[in-house]
Design a protein around this ligand. Structure first.
Ligand SMILES: [Zn+2]
Length: 193
């Protein structure tokens, strides 16, 4: 059974976390792959609005990039934030792949003035890897910002999400899917007991 990338839930609350969640689940092991081809990746990029629409139309006509690289960045982001969610700390070994990407990204970025103050922004020219750079920068801002401790891994499926709840006690990527499943299981086990 395979699901199109268009149907995948967006529960991450942060671009790089939604990117990490492009497999059907992480528990008990990595689930079904949603990014099977470059066109899957392009559909995801469009859905998440990673590039402005006009730029996206130019970008999607470019020759496809390397899916190995796409998945390598995704798995690096997953390992990094999953470890953080479970241990409250970053494993130094997990920074390597992201740093390699950022090393490349920084050549194409500039400090720009925006309505919200000074920001690191991407050059305007299209480039086949640009969405990956934007995702890598999204991981960087999450790592260096003040919300890192709010990155969680879903108790039920292992997807990553940013917990924006008031008390910071959210346990599931999605209350309706994973939350109710976990509750149903607990109810079932209580009844059996
Ligand atoms: Zn979940």
């Amino acid at each position: 059974m395979s699901h199109p990338i268009e149907d995948i839930s967006l529960d991450g609350g942060w671009l790089c976390l939604d990117f990490a969640n492009t497999v059907s689940g992480r528990l008990p092991e990595k689930g079904e792959e949603y990014l099977r081809s470059w066109s899957d990746f392009a559909a995801w990029v469009r859905r998440l609005g990673v590039l402005p629409e006009a730029e996206f139309r130019i970008w999607e006509k470019m020759p496809p990039g390397d899916m190995e690289e796409v998945r390598a960045l995704r798995e690096a982001i997953f390992a990094l934030f999953d470890y953080q969610a479970k241990n409250g700390a970053i494993h130094p070994g997990h920074l390597e792949t992201l740093n390699d990407f950022l090393h490349e990204v920084y050549i194409y970025t500039r400090i720009c003035q925006t309505a919200n103050g000074l920001r690191r922004g991407m050059i305007d020219e299209p480039h086949v890897e640009k969405p990956l750079w934007i995702i890598a920068l999204s991981a960087e801002s999450l790592l260096l910002g003040d919300r890192l401790s709010r990155v969680k891994a879903c108790d039920n499926c292992g997807w990553l999400f940013l917990d924006t709840s008031k008390n910071g006690a959210r346990r599931w990527c999605n209350m309706l899917t994973c939350g109710s499943q976990t509750k149903a299981k607990a109810w079932y086990h209580r009844k059996r007991a």
